[in-house]
Design a protein around this ligand. Structure first.
Ligand code: SAM
Length: 276
């Protein structure tokens, strides 16, 4: 009989957050697949667990995934862990879960520490509907495109961000969503210097321009206000795009600006602009 792949969440800062079920699963597994075996070894030493480790990370996952799958098919039990938090959430593991599911291997996820949920719950922003956007690209153009695609997003949005990219991201967000948009910056969650700054994008840019950010961040951004029903017609959109192009704007930018000004979806403005 085939074994089971267990997804085992590990603390995102406070070692006390490891659950009894996670300990038991690590103890009982035949082997542990870990993002960084040195990081996991420290955790295992803390828990007093000795277990064989296999590395499974972004750049070896294609090859190691097959090896892990073969061992599971042969009846072994594997516990998958990442450096911190829930495996497979902006972490290696997503592919292994898919591979196992496709091969009919049982996958069991143990609930536990996860930065996105910890940040969202402490943010003070609406939690009823939210979307997780993971990491933004380091490339300015794709980061802007990603943010632009969220322009009309009404749900609360959650992002992961590295400290050295934080200021540029906040500046891009303020330019895209406006300086008044609310944001909660959740830093060093569950650690000694945990801090939640509930502010606006404009104030966050000011704060972190003056004082370079340190530590790990979850950014929780308020959603857009629901757009009022637009009274503008496709003819209005066509005319406004033509006007903006005449004033020297590229067609792409003109369509985006007209859509924003008139409160119409971009695809509708595009269709209107190219219509005869
Ligand atoms: N799979 C993990 C999870 O969902 O909990 C996340 C792994 S991802 C590679 C690492 C990112 O999670 C960090 O860059 C940061 O944005 C966020 N993060 C992890 N631990 C954190 C903490 N203690 N406080 C704030 N953010 C944290």
């Amino acid at each position: 009989m085939a074994g089971t792949l267990y997804l085992v969440p590990t603390p995102i800062g406070n070692l006390g957050d490891i659950s009894q079920r996670c300990r038991d699963t690590l103890e009982r597994a035949d082997f542990i697949a870990a993002e960084d075996t040195r990081v996991t070894l420290k955790l295992l030493n803390h828990l007093g667990i000795k277990k064989s480790l296999v590395s499974y990370y972004e750049h070896n996952k294609a090859q190691k995934g097959n090896i892990i799958l073969e061992r599971l098919q042969a009846g072994e039990t594997c516990a998958l862990v990442s450096d911190a938090g829930s495996p497979a959430i902006s972490d290696p593991g997503e592919d292994l879960v898919r591979q196992c599911a496709e091969a009919g291997i049982t996958v069991a996820a143990i609930p536990g520490p996860c930065a996105v949920i910890t940040g969202l719950s402490i943010s003070g922003l609406p939690t009823g509907r939210f979307c997780f956007e993971g990491f933004l690209s380091t490339a300015k153009k794709s980061r802007r495109e990603h943010l632009e695609s969220l322009l009309r997003e009404e749900r609360t949005m959650v992002f992961y961000e590295a400290p050295h990219k934080l200021l540029a991201t906040l500046q891009d967000m303020a330019a895209m969503f406006g300086a008044e948009r609310k944001i909660s910056l959740c830093r060093e969650l569950t650690k000694l210097h945990e801090e939640v700054v509930r502010t606006t994008l404009g104030e966050a840019v000011e704060k972190y321009s003056a004082q370079p950010p340190k530590g790990e961040f979850v950014l929780v951004l308020a959603g857009a206000e629901p757009a009022p029903e637009s009274a503008a017609t496709p003819q209005d959109a066509k005319a406004r795009v033509a006007q903006l192009i005449d004033s020297g704007m590229s067609r792409k930018d003109a369509i985006r600006q007209a859509a924003q000004e008139l409160g119409l979806p971009k695809n509708l403005v595009y269709e209107a602009a190219i219509s005869e």
